[in-house]
Design a protein around this ligand. Sequence first.
Ligand code: SF4
Ligand code: SF4
Ligand code: SF4
Length: 356
Amino acid sequence: MLKSLFPTLGRFRLVVQLVMLFVTVYGSVFVGTYMADKISNNLPALSCAYDQMNGGYCVLIPTQHIIHHRIGEGIVRAQQLTFGMVLPLLMSFVAFFAFFFVIGKMFCGWVCPLGTLQEIVGKIGRRFGIGLHRVEATDLGDVKRVRPVKWLILLGLVFLLPLTTGLGVTPHSMGNPFCDICPSRVATTLLTGNTEQLALRVNDNVSFGLGAIANLLIGFMIVGGLAIRQPFCRICPLLAFNAVFQRLSPMRLAKPTRANCGTCHICTDACPMDIPEISREEGRKAYHEDCTLCGRCAEYCPQDGIIKLKWGPFALFASSREYYKNRVKGELPDGTVKPLKFVRNAAKPASGTADA
Ligand code: SF4
Ligand code: SF4
Ligand code: SF4
């Protein structure tokens, strides 16, 4: 019977086509739109979704929607992530490395404005005959107890709090907490005559607290800096950040052997960071994470060629007895210089070391 109804495959196919035409165009009239949607929205045939009576529609509709809304917009979000976040971060690191490669931690000892300001304050202290307090083994505490602070500040204030603020966990005012307490922000803007950064923001407690810490730090840096060398540098998170990469720069401090080292510790006395390792250690250990590559240890080491400032294989400066003898005529290793005349007169009989 079937054979008499469909004598050819062609006719059978035509019938199927007509039925399917009806289903695809009017199908939902019989099974309802909801059910039609459930039957299929992934037909591999051009059953148009604009036909409101159809019994299932073509796969290209969800494909386009997925590509448009999920993949396309996803790529845009990924681009935003790449161009808005990853690339700027990458560029910052590339630029940082390009600079850092050339002179490494010399950025601290030779370039940083806050480092320079602290040295100037220290020199004023020496000129006024204010005695030097070493951070090592004094009532101010051991240098080793101070060292972890810079890492904690780097971790907490530079990485963690900005991240938790971005995630909405901590308040917006904690978005760049290190900048809010950074004494360089206050000091360098003051140098331009701008006093705004000294003002405390009273709009919320966090901003007020961070601003107060910044002012305390700048106060400590100025007053404490008269007696303690580089007081802020010791807790500076940039010192810690640079320390992570210090072995990647060819610029370094070299003290390859202690063979001729008299362990006189003059280099540590000369070191503005009070680094004991420069006199006690050799090799990698002598170039400590706190080193700012200022070169004072090499200037004041009285032995020929023990401490060197090197760039790759090239020695830029090497300690020498001759240089040392001339250097101490103007300034002792701990920075002591002849105080100003009126200070000397007021403090008679004045400090022997300074006049030595
Ligand atoms: S330790 Fe910090 S404040 Fe000191 S010189 Fe380096 S970057 Fe500047
Ligand atoms: S100043 Fe020179 S000789 Fe003296 S402890 Fe330092 S490295 Fe050794
Ligand atoms: S170890 Fe030498 S170069 Fe490094 S901070 Fe101390 S004095 Fe300067």
